[in-house]
Design a protein around this ligand. Structure first.
Ligand code: KG4
Ligand code: ZN
Length: 355
């Protein structure tokens, strides 16, 4: 079964063609990062206008690269939320139109669920750590999944396709949001995650013991940490530092901040894995591209449990292959439900909790 996925929830216009939920035939992403660097973040109106002009070329490119015609697509899957409403609407309307014209099933996908399903994609670089036989094995249930992105930060017990037990989420900022905001405080570029990771290479992760919020249960909190970085920046500036000292301060603060975030995320993830006696531990979402987070997860995962994440960075951040895959498993479970064309409501606040 060939599914065309569409993703426009934030600042990436993406279309992908995936066969049988796992094989990527094409995965085209038009990133708006260069545009949003100017403002240091995404301006929704600007993002939506860009989606409007890019959606058709990206769609055509995805079909061309997959060597399929639109008529050859068996179903369309699209991100229905969460995300920016004006951005979501572009993808949702494109998918509704395609499904109507070609009389094919239409599957709405939760963006966070898409990130989770990225771990199902076969990819030459999508290697499973601690796995010695080949890397195209299917994930095993139950798994505990940490979804960490700019807009979401959740811990889920994944029992089977479409069956999740929600364990916890952030009470304030998502980890990616904290990376982006702290990068701004430190004068680093957008998006903050990769910029902090790069700066941290030249810094000392133990220079400042930034606070770790060890909340009871499975929730997270990063606002106290963000405020601690702000105070550290303000205090440092009062000392009238030299340019060289300022540079080193940014490296050290980036490394110490990254250490605090990644230690908390990985420790809670692995504690949940032990408590629920899972077969796999999975990282998903943009922040799962972070090398320090991967390092902590590798260090803490018990030897009998498999650690899985997308080694290919472009599958960690927003893409449409993950949407096509999630759409495939959703459709396979209840095909009759999606065969009749029904309008999809774009929902900026769609939650995994009630999905
Ligand atoms: O999944 P994604 O592309 O979009 C959302 O659904 O939010 O994630 C984007 C987020 C941004 O906050 C970005 O700073 C963060 O993922 N990110 C990283 C890294 N690469 C991207 N955070 C930490 N380290 C990275 N290497
Ligand atoms: Zn995302």
């Amino acid at each position: 079964m060939i599914i065309l996925g569409i993703e426009t929830s934030c600042d990436e216009t993406a279309c992908a063609v995936v066969e049988n939920g796992r094989k990527i035939l094409s995965n085209v992403i038009f990133s708006q990062i260069a545009l949003h660097k100017k403002t240091g973040g995404v301006v929704p109106e600007v993002a939506a206008r860009e989606h409007v002009t890019k959606i058709v070329p990206v769609l055509n490119e995805a079909l061309k690269k997959a060597h399929v015609k639109a008529e050859g697509i068996d179903a369309f899957a699209v991100t229905a939320g969460p995300g920016l409403l004006s951005s979501l609407l572009i993808g949702v309307n494109a998918a509704m139109t395609l499904a109507k014209i070609y009389k094919k099933p239409l599957v709405p996908v939760n963006h966070v669920e898409g990130h989770i399903y990225a771990n199902w994609l076969e990819d030459e670089e999508n290697v499973t750590l601690s796995l010695l036989k080949g890397h195209h094995d299917k994930p095993k249930f139950p798994a505990v999944v940490l979804t960490v992105s700019g807009g979401h930060n959740e811990l889920l017990l994944w029992k089977n396709h479409g069956k999740y037990e929600f364990l916890g989420s952030t009470l304030d900022d998502a980890a990616g949001e904290a990376f982006d905001k702290v990068a701004r405080l430190l004068g680093l570029s957008y998006p903050g995650g990769p910029a902090i990771q790069e700066a941290a290479k030249k810094g000392d992760p133990n220079k400042t013991a930034f606070p770790r919020a060890w909340l009871k249960g499975w929730d997270f909190s990063f606002s106290g940490l963000k405020t601690a970085v702000l105070y550290a920046v303000q205090n440092f500036k009062k000392k009238n530092p030299t340019a060289r000292e300022s540079e080193q301060f940014v490296y050290d603060a980036a490394a110490s901040f990254q250490e605090a975030v990644c230690e908390v995320l990985a420790t809670k993830l692995i504690n949940a894995a032990k408590k629920y006696d899972v077969k796999e531990v999975q990282l998903a979402g943009g922040v799962s591209a972070n090398a320090r987070l991967r390092h902590f997860a590798e260090k803490l995962t018990p030897p009998n449990v498999k650690l899985r994440f997308c080694k290919n960075f472009s599958l960690c951040t927003d893409n449409a292959a993950m949407i096509a895959t999630a759409g495939f498993y959703k459709f396979s479970k209840r095909p009759a439900k999606y065969k009749k064309w029904e309008p999809i409501a774009a929902n900026p606040n769609l939650e995994m909790k009630n999905w």
